[in-house]
Write a protein that binds this ligand. Structure first.
Ligand code: F6P
Length: 319
């Protein structure tokens, strides 16, 4: 392998720049050139490549977002988009690709590999932590840390006014951000898409809420019941309630990556590059039981399984 192309795709996630740095640094020690493909699959279609050097990336690895920019490409779904991408690979003499992104990115890579035999490795980068084959995805830890700072702030005002607060967090169809941020902030209730019971617990609990204290509910954006619906249901079971809604939104995606995400980016970047060098292909670089691990490519999301230990914690703290 002499030339690797790398891109970030889908929603940006803190830690992506650390992974880029690690890939380029590792490649340089192996005598491999790396080109950055800008705006994900869009850049692959438009032949938008830039040379990458570790010296420069070393000074950018601490930044949130992605210095390569990103996109959710509609054009790549077409036959023409995919053919143009194959042409870009040929024109630039790319021998292998590394894609940093989530489930949509990996599905895109699988379709590309069905029409081009270019080897590729995926690095899971999404704040949602919903990818199979890794315990954590890049950006999850940073997003949770941002969310808990916000929820702590909300608690200050909620306690002062004895208010009920519904805080909506991101995560698409996954409840991981909701569980981790909710448990870390001592939330009274945590609503996740993976559980139907949690809403029943909430209504039971809030019936007896006496307005002499704050009551904090963390709601995953993908929950079956929207924050607005949760709010009107709560008001119907307890009329004596002063309630506010806060949607944290894209604040959770930005900001400098946590130490955990920088280290994860470094470990996965090194693993992905070495794997390509050793002739591996169509695998995902992840971390399992705190060890960097390559796994067979799984484009499916984490099956929305919240393991028994997390379930037990939710019941203990939120029932
Ligand atoms: O997948 C990451 C994520 O931030 C989800 O948590 C959220 O549902 C979605 O992306 C938001 O996407 P967009 O930035 O396109 O609005």
């Amino acid at each position: 392998i002499q030339h690797i192309g790398i891109f970030t795709s889908g929603g940006d996630a803190p830690g992506m720049n650390a992974a880029l740095f690690a890939v380029v640094k590792t490649a340089e020690t192996l005598g491999i050139k790396v080109s950055g493909i800008r705006r994900g699959f869009e850049g692959l279609i438009d032949d938008d490549l830039i040379p990458l050097q570790s010296q420069q990336l070393q000074k950018q690895m601490h930044l949130g977002g992605t210095i390569l920019k990103t996109a959710r490409s509609e054009r790549f779904k077409s036959k023409l988009g995919q053919e143009k991408s194959v042409q870009t690979i040929k024109d630039n003499k790319l021998d292998a690709l590394i894609a940093i992104g989530g489930d949509g990115t990996f599905r895109g890579m699988l379709s590309l590999s069905s029409i081009s035999n270019i080897p590729f490795i995926g690095i899971p980068g999404t704040i949602d932590n919903d990818i199979a084959g890794t315990d954590y995805t890049l950006g999850f830890d940073s997003a949770v840390n941002t969310a808990i700072k916000c929820i702590d702030n909300i608690r200050d005002t909620a306690e002062s006014h004895n208010r009920v607060f519904l805080v909506e967090v991101m995560g698409r169809d996954s409840g991981y951000i909701s569980i981790y941020s909710g448990l870390s902030c001592g939330a009274d209730s945590i609503l996740i898409p993976e559980s139907a019971q949690d809403f029943t617990y909430l209504l039971e609990k809030i019936k007896n809420y006496s307005s002499e204290d704050a009551f904090i509910v963390v709601v995953a954006e993908g929950d079956e019941v929207s924050v607005e619906e949760v709010s009107s249901k709560i008001r119907s079971v307890n009329t004596d309630i002063d309630l506010r809604i806060a949607k944290l939104g894209h604040i959770q995606r930005g900001g400098n990556p946590s130490a955990q995400d920088r280290m994860l980016g470094i470990r996965l970047g090194v693993l992905a590059t070495k794997a390509l060098f050793q002739g591996e292909s169509n695998k995902m670089a992840g971390v399992r039981n705190n060890r960097p691990t390559l796994s067979a490519f799984e484009s499916r999301v984490k099956e929305h399984i919240i393991d028994a230990e997390l379930q037990a914690l939710l019941t203990l703290f939120c029932k």
